[in-house]
Design a binder for this molecule. Structure first.
Ligand SMILES: [Zn+2]
Length: 272
């Protein structure tokens, strides 16, 4: 374990463009339930999952009804807005500050990377802290809109300040396309990175799951011996399909909140 942490730190120091991919395993350390684990939200409540498949369609058909549901119902996720970042998030901030990490690409919707202070964060599935206009792609902080006030004055749905279209929560629902800007930028990051640190995700949900495969494909095109070899490292509680398929070079098995701070510490030590 120690030697793998040293190895990851050395690989990070040798990289020119390292990025992190993160998933549910980062958030569970902050007490946020995952979706498909043994105690996952969908696992425990298949009805909620069935309904969730209709949410995006509901918005397109009846944006006012969508917002009435959002504002009157209790969120199946609980109150994510009060969740706090954990040492795993903070370690990624530290790596960015040390100049060793260029971007965080996350599937998580809790906004914790942004809260922790990471500067370049691509929230692939959106964020509970934002609203988004599907027509023009503009995003707004949730607190820029008085949503309860709009409901009381019967003025739902909220409308985009730029184009006037109804806006929705930024979180990407089932059957909703990944927003074009974040999809494109993520693909570019996966294509140009020379180190990918995959944290707390088995990367099985597409299209996010294509990102490690893009990085791997680039490497096989370039050949193993070139100087631009892309290294793929996993930090995860369990081996994943990425481990089994040989997409990652090595797995550091353990909790992200424990392993990532040790990697950041080792990088700091080595770079002195
Ligand atoms: Zn708009």
């Amino acid at each position: 374990m120690d030697s793998l942490i040293e190895k990851a730190a050395a690989d990070l120091l040798n990289s020119n463009h390292a990025i992190a991919l993160t998933g549910a395993g980062m958030s569970t350390e902050s007490g946020i339930p995952d979706f498909r684990g043994p105690n996952g939200i969908w696992t425990k409540n298949p009805d909620a999952e069935r309904r969730a498949y209709e949410t995006y369609h509901n918005f397109l058909r009846d944006p006012k009804g969508y917002w009435q549901d959002v504002l009157s119902g209790r969120s199946i996720l609980g109150d994510l807005t009060s969740a706090r970042p954990n040492p795993g998030h903070e370690a990624l901030v530290k790596l960015e500050e040390l100049g060793r990490l260029k971007a965080v690409l996350t599937q998580n919707i809790d906004g914790l990377h942004v809260k922790a202070g990471s500067k370049r964060v691509l929230e692939y599935h959106g964020s509970v802290l934002k609203l988004r206009c599907p027509s023009c792609g503009s995003r707004y902080r949730r607190d820029e809109y008085d949503l309860q006030g709009l409901m009381q004055q019967d003025k739902l749905p909220p409308r985009c300040n730029k184009c006037g279209s109804p806006i929705k929560g930024d979180v990407v629902h089932f059957n909703e396309p990944i927003p074009a800007d974040v999809a494109q930028e993520s693909l570019e990051e996966a294509w140009k990175c020379d180190l990918m640190l995959i944290c707390g995700t088995s990367a099985v949900v597409y299209p996010f799951a294509q990102l490690p495969r893009v990085a791997r494909q680039r490497r096989s095109e370039e050949g193993r011996d070139t100087e631009t070899t892309t290294i793929i490292i996993e930090v995860n509680a369990e081996p994943t399909p990425l481990t089994a398929e040989g997409i990652s070079d090595y797995l550091i098995q353990g909790r992200t909140a424990e392993i990532l701070p040790r990697i950041a510490e080792a990088v700091k030590k080595l770079s002195r």
